[in-house]
Design a protein around this ligand. Structure first.
Ligand SMILES: *Cc1c(COP(=O)(O)O)cnc(C)c1O
Length: 369
C-alpha cells in the first residue's frame, strides 16, 4: 500500500538549526517562566503578525479561557456552533452559557444578521471564529457590539497571518486568540497566543497566565498556569522562518484543487475572498449527495480506503454534543445552515508536503467516481 496522505503534516523546523537553540537553553538553564526565547518569540510574532501586543500560551485553549477571565465575561455569550469544541468548552469552563447562532454558508462563520435576535439582558460578549481562516464580517459585529455594549473575543485559531486590505484580522475585536497546535499552519508543537491592543491589558493577561502573580508575593486574580516553555519558544522562532514557504505551498495546493473541482456537480469549494491574504490552513469541500451521487460519508470512506485521510471538520456540530444539545439555542431548527454544512463537509489534505502525485490521486478519486 502506498504512503498515507493525511489532512495535514506538522511544519517541523530543521533539526540542526533547532539543536543550536537547545544547546543555548541548556547553557542558560532558564527553561520556562518568561525566558529569553519566550520574549524573543513574542516580539517576533508581533512583528510577523502586525499586532501590537501578544502573550504566548502553552496551548490554544488557555488563551480563550484567559480572554474571558481578563474581560470578566459572565452570563451568556453569543457564539458559533461551527468550530472546534475548544471554543464552546472555554465558555463552559468559565461558567458562561453559550448561545448558538447559525452560520453564513458563504464563509462558514457566524451570520452577523442573526446575532441581534439572540441578545438578552444576560449577554455580555460575542465570540465568533474565523473558521478555516475565512474572515468574519468584523464591521457588522463591531457595530452590534457597540450598540449593545458587548465585548468581542475572536477565536482566531485558524487565522494565523490572515489580512484584510493589508491589515491583520488579529487586531479586530477586544481580543483575539491563536492556536499553535501541531495541526495548525504554524505550530510550536502545542502552543497559542492572546492578542490585545494595549500594554495594560497585556500586563493583566500575563498575570492571569502565571497564577495571577503580579509580584513575588502579590496575587491579583485567580490565575492559571498557561506559560510556554523555552524549548517550544525556540522551536517557534526557528519555524517562523519557514512558515511563509509553507503557506505558499499550501496556496498552490488550494489553487489546483479549485481548478480541478470547481465544475464537479455536487462539490462546492470556498474561493479566495477579495482583498484577503489567506493562509490556506484548510481545504473544505461541501458534498451535495443528490448532485454528486455519493454521500459525504461515502466519499470520506472511499478516500480512506485509498489511504487518503481527509477530516470532517466540523462534524459533529458542537451544539449536538451531549454537553450542549439540551440548550434552547442548540435546537436544530435554530441552526439549519450549520447542521447542513457539518453533515456535508470534508477537509481535504492540504500541507507543505503534498506533491503533484498526491494531488492527482486525490482529485481523480473525487472526479472519477
Ligand atoms: C485548534 C483550535 C483551538 C484550540 O487550540 P489548542 O491549541 O488545540 O488548544 C481552539 N479553537 C479552534 C477553532 C481550533 O481550531
Amino acid at each position: 500500500m502506498n504512503k498515507p496522505i493525511t489532512v495535514t503534516s506538522p511544519l517541523l523546523p530543521p533539526l540542526d538549526e533547532f539543536t543550536k537553540y537547545l544547546e543555548d537553553i541548556w547553557k542558560r538553564k532558564w527553561i520556562t517562566n518568561n525566558g529569553h526565547y519566550h520574549q524573543e518569540l513574542e516580539n517576533a510574532l508581533c512583528e510577523y503578525l502586525k499586532v501590537p501586543f501578544l502573550s504566548l500560551f502553552t496551548n490554544g485553549t488557555l488563551p480563550i479561557m484567559v480572554a474571558l477571565q481578563s474581560l470578566r465575561i459572565t452570563g451568556e455569550v453569543i457564539t458559533t456552533p461551527y468550530s472546534f469544541v475548544a471554543t464552546t468548552h472555554s465558555l463552559w469552563w468559565n461558567g458562561i452559557k453559550p448561545v448558538f447562532v447559525d452560520i453564513d454558508p458563504k464563509t462558514g462563520n457566524i451570520d452577523p444578521n442573526k446575532i441581534e435576535a439572540a441578545i438578552t439582558p444576560k449577554t455580555t460578549a460575542i465570540m465568533p471564529v474565523h473558521v478555516y481562516g475565512n474572515p468574519c464580517d468584523t464591521e457588522k459585529i463591531k457595530n452590534i457590539a457597540n450598540t449593545y455594549g458587548l465585548k468581542v473575543i475572536y477565536d482566531a485559531a485558524h487565522a494565523f497571518g490572515v489580512e484584510v486590505n493589508g491589515k491583520s484580522i488579529l487586531n479586530e475585536g477586544d481580543l483575539s486568540t491563536l492556536s499553535f497546535h501541531a495541526t495548525k499552519t504554524y505550530n510550536t508543537i502545542e502552543g497559542g497566543a492572546l492578542i490585545c491592543h494595549d500594554a495594560e491589558t497585556k500586563k493583566r493577561i500575563d498575570y492571569l497566565k502565571n497564577f495571577g502573580f503580579a509580584g513575588e508575593t502579590t496575587v491579583v486574580a485567580p490565575g492559571i498556569n498557561g506559560k510556554m516553555d523555552e524549548v517550544r519558544a525556540a522551536y517557534g522562532l526557528v519555524s517562523l522562518n519557514y512558515v511563509d514557504d509553507a503557506i505558499a505551498k499550501r496556496r498552490e495546493v488550494a489553487l489546483q484543487y479549485r481548478e480541478a473541482l470547481r465544475n464537479i456537480a455536487g462539490i462546492t469549494v470556498f474561493e479566495d475572498f477579495e482583498n484577503v491574504k489567506h493562509n490556506y490552513s484548510y481545504f473544505p469541500i461541501i458534498v451535495n449527495e443528490e448532485l454528486y451521487g455519493l454521500t459525504r460519508d461515502e466519499l470520506y470512506e472511499k478516500l480512506k480506503a485509498n489511504n487518503i485521510f481527509g477530516r470532517r471538520y466540523f462534524y459533529p456540530l458542537i451544539s449536538n454534543f451531549s454537553t450542549y444539545r439540551g440548550l434552547p439555542s442548540a435546537n436544530k431548527e435554530n441552526l439549519p445552515v450549520a447542521n447542513r454544512i457539518a453533515d456535508s463537509v470534508i477537509c481535504l489534505p492540504i500541507h507543505h508536503e503534498i506533491d503533484e502525485e498526491d494531488l492527482n490521486k486525490i482529485i481523480n478519486l473525487i472526479v472519477l467516481q
